[in-house]
Design a protein around this ligand. Structure first.
Ligand SMILES: [Zn+2]
Length: 463
């Protein structure tokens, strides 16, 4: 037993605890429960290059909430995953067991990039993976040839548990990154990708939303385009959704709107507005000196000389419709929210030649660099404002409260809600392995040159 308590029972075949989703909520009607905490077999790395990661923090994101929802207006994103499964794709953790890895070693802290492309899953490389876009892999829905451990079901575990499998190519060293920042890796990658889906022309941008993605989009815009003017529109929801959420909440949980606004301004927003679509259009017209064009039979105006880009992190009918009206002709709306079946008037799209850019993942950006290389670099940089985004932490057995808090979001003061996994590993090993081994440059993870240099500096500094 070490002073840190990091030597525990030999748990080679011991089960692990996991939150398990057994059935598609949409097919179950309203029947609870959504997930259950129970023991599952410990996931086994299925092939050389794979590792078992013990999450130290695992986030709850919109994709997870959609998986648990019976509401078909919140479609799950990405390839269908086999059921039963363990949700949770936002993981910072410790390598617990390896199978023939080149650089990942037991005891190492890592971020997990949840993109398993062809090479990792044993297929000949498809066109999208060859382009570095593993998140768009054309073989995502096919069973892996190396077994179910690579398919995202129970055999591979998930973030909301004590163990999840990942291939070494999906791991990024977390040296110099706290757990609290590291658990934001996936959200930050999504935010960076969303910003870069705007092929910049102009400098006046609105971001619609208020959650984790919105906040990281603001910070990413500020970092990638220091000179853009950012307006944040918090409240662009349709009346139905707003009403449904409010009914669930006790009165004392009212939103502290001024503190939300201050937080968004600290991240780089020039101003933060709430209001109805009509009010938001009026204020934008006033700000930009834009002309309000009224179309016959339409209550709301379209702005001429409006914004150059809107990044919509909500993806509701109300937010997309507002976004299109805010834009000048020829401008771009990036839909980074989880839009499902929306009923919209699309006439502005073609009559004003708008561009709609979808953003749902990340992998490699147009300049050729890996999104997670920037994630690592930015999270290592203490000046990047990501420390205040994790607002709630829960143990796995408090999952009902955790999920309800994440779903309520801003209304209960929640931004990023995370699960804290147990602090002790379940296999016997010594901590000393962790700090002494140098990183082998020839086997180092594929990162930016600058990022790799930073990894080496961190190691030399013992950080
Ligand atoms: Zn592929």
């Amino acid at each position: 037993m070490t002073p840190d308590g990091l030597t525990v029972l030999d748990g080679g075949d011991a089960p692990i605890r996991a939150l398990v989703l057994d059935a598609d909520p949409a097919r179950r009607g309203d029947a609870p429960p959504l997930v259950q905490l129970r023991d599952i077999a410990r996931p086994i790395p299925p092939a050389p290059g794979w590792a078992l990661i013990r999450p130290t923090l695992a986030g709850i994101n919109a994709r997870d909430l959609a998986l648990l929802s019976s509401d078909r207006t919140l479609p799950p994103m990405g390839a269908p995953r086999p059921l039963p499964m363990v949700p949770g794709s936002e993981v910072v953790g410790v390598v617990e067991e390896v199978n023939g890895t080149r650089w990942a070693r037991e005891g190492q802290r890592v971020l997990v990039e949840p993109n398993a492309g062809c090479m990792i899953r044993g297929f000949p490389t498809c066109a999208r993976c060859a382009a570095g876009e593993a998140e768009l892999c054309e073989n995502r829905d096919r069973p892996s040839v190396i077994g179910p451990g690579a398919d995202g079901g129970l055999a591979s575990g998930g973030g909301w548990s004590e163990g999840v499998l990942a291939h070494e190519e999906m791991l990024i060293p977390a040296d110099g990154i706290s757990d609290q920042r590291g658990v934001l890796g996936v959200s930050l990658a999504a935010a960076i990708h969303a910003v870069l889906r705007w092929n910049r022309r102009g400098d006046r941008v609105a971001v619609i939303g208020s959650g984790t993605t919105t906040r990281l989009v603001i910070a990413a815009l500020r970092r990638l385009h220091p000179d853009v003017d950012i307006t944040v529109m918090v409240d662009a929801r349709g009346p139905q959704r707003t009403g449904r959420r409010r009914r669930k909440l006790p009165a004392h949980l009212a939103v502290d709107e001024s503190s939300v606004a201050r937080a968004l301004e600290c991240l780089g927003a020039a101003r933060v507005w709430r209001g109805s679509p009509a009010q938001l259009l009026d204020r934008t017209a006033e700000l930009l000196g834009a002309r309000r064009m009224i179309v016959a039979g339409d209550d709301l105006p379209v702005l001429d000389r409006g914004l150059d880009a809107v990044i919509d992190c909500r993806g509701t009918a109300a937010s997309v419709a507002l976004g299109m009206r805010l834009l000048r002709s020829g401008a771009t709306i990036v839909v980074a929210g989880r839009a499902g079946r929306l009923e919209l008037d699309w006439s502005a799209l073609w009559s004003r030649e708008l561009t709609i850019a979808g953003s749902g993942g990340f992998g490699r950006e147009p300049a050729g660099w890996r999104t997670f290389a920037a994630v690592r670099e930015w999270l290592t940089d203490a000046s990047f404002p990501a420390d205040s985004l994790v607002t709630h932490r829960y143990q796995l057995d408090a999952f009902s409260t955790a999920i309800a808090t994440a779903a309520a979001g801003e209304a209960v003061g929640a931004v990023k809600v995370v699960f804290e996994a147990p602090s002790a590993p379940f296999r016997q090993r010594r901590l000393a392995v962790d700090t002494e081994l140098p990183v082998d440059d020839t086997a180092a993870p594929m990162l930016l040159a600058a990022t790799a240099a930073r990894v080496r500096r961190d190691d030399e500094g013992g950080g």
